[in-house]
Ligand binder design. Structure first.
Ligand code: SF4
Ligand code: SF4
Length: 91
């Protein structure tokens, strides 16, 4: 899905010597506002968001989030929020 080089460029924030920093994000779903349309899961390029058997979205792989905000921008009910936490070192 998508261009892997593009994803890597978006994920790696900077290089500090030989150490790379990866941005980290928190995904919050406001379940009371969600109407289970599935748009967020359909648009997520990283499959961070998946739907359970009732059609309710849940965060399956939070660490894979690249902060593209597609889910937040396309949710018709403003039921998802993406916030940046900071960055951690990756090998
Ligand atoms: S910000 Fe992008 S990668 Fe992260 S959960 Fe939303 S759509 Fe997926
Ligand atoms: S796009 Fe919004 S309303 Fe639709 S399933 Fe996702 S969180 Fe719920």
């Amino acid at each position: 899905m998508g261009n892997p080089k593009k994803v890597e460029a978006a994920t790696l924030e900077t290089k500090n010597g030989n150490k790379k920093l990866k941005k980290e994000y928190t995904q919050t779903i406001f379940r009371d506002w969600c109407k289970r349309c599935g748009i967020c899961a359909a648009f997520c390029p990283q499959k961070v968001i998946v739907l359970n058997e009732d059609g309710m979205p849940w965060i399956a792989d939070p660490a894979a989030c690249i902060g593209c905000h597609f889910c937040e921008l396309h949710c018709p009910d403003f039921a998802i929020s993406i916030t940046r936490n900071g960055a951690r070192e990756v090998a």
